[in-house]
Design a protein around this ligand. Structure first.
Ligand SMILES: Cc1cc2nc3c(=O)[nH]c(=O)nc-3n(C[C@H](O)[C@H](O)[C@H](O)COP(=O)(O)O)c2cc1C
Length: 190
């Protein structure tokens, strides 16, 4: 099973999504062998998308490697803090490489159609304030869900820590981390 773990927080060691994402990966490793690839998109960013006419150019080859890595991955753990109601641009730069018409989705007369299946996406969400599930201005979790649903991936699971700007920040992070084993519990076999 191949797992791709991406972080996009700019806050280094102080990041909630980093801490929680790493705890999730540690938990998943208990469930069976995992081939984990990690990339910190903040310290090792993907450049903004540029159109290249030459498929042999260095940029085109980087794009192809990112896309192939996406296609080969079974499980994604994506550290996705809320930045100005949305996601960090470093994570958006990765998304711009994986939504490729003809590869991961296609345009049809009946609208776009996702071409991706059999993948699981775990979104690690952190927010300075506390909004819950129904925040009409959420362009972070709902955007990421839409992106993966658009590609055909329905198995999108959100792990959320809120109130990161409140004095209760560390309790909120600990609470989220403590609930990880239960969230990812393997269903009992009969
Ligand atoms: C550039 C920037 C923009 C932010 N925008 C929002 C926001 O729109 N709403 C919010 O609730 N918190 C916002 N925050 C707070 C972060 O969501 C919060 O600090 C969260 O813990 C970030 O995740 P991290 O700890 O993994 O870095 C913002 C933080 C930064 C650095």
């Amino acid at each position: 099973m191949k797992l791709l773990h991406l972080d996009s927080s700019a806050l280094g060691e102080y990041s909630a999504t980093r801490e929680i994402g790493h705890a999730i990966v540690q938990e998943l490793k208990k469930h069976g062998p995992l081939d984990v690839t990690y990339r910190d998109l903040h310290t090792d960013p993907i450049p903004h998308f540029v159109k290249h006419l030459d498929s042999l150019s260095a940029e085109a080859q980087v794009d192809e490697r990112i896309l192939q890595q996406f296609e080969e991955t079974d499980v994604f753990v994506l550290g996705a803090p809320m930045y100005n109601l949305s996601i960090p641009t470093t994570l958006k730069a990765w998304i711009d490489r994986i939504l490729i018409a003809g590869r991961t989705f296609r345009y049809t007369e009946n609208g776009p159609q996702g071409l991706v299946s059999g993948k699981k996406v775990i979104i690690v969400s952190a927010r300075g304030s506390a909004y819950g599930d129904q925040f009409p201005m959420d362009h972070q979790e709902s955007y990421l869900k839409d992106i993966f649903n658009f590609l055909g991936v329905q198995d999108v699971f959100i792990v959320r820590a809120e109130g990161m700007a409140f004095p209760t920040r560390s309790q909120s992070i600990s609470q989220t981390i403590n609930s990880i084993p239960e969230m990812f519990a393997i269903p009992a076999q009969n």
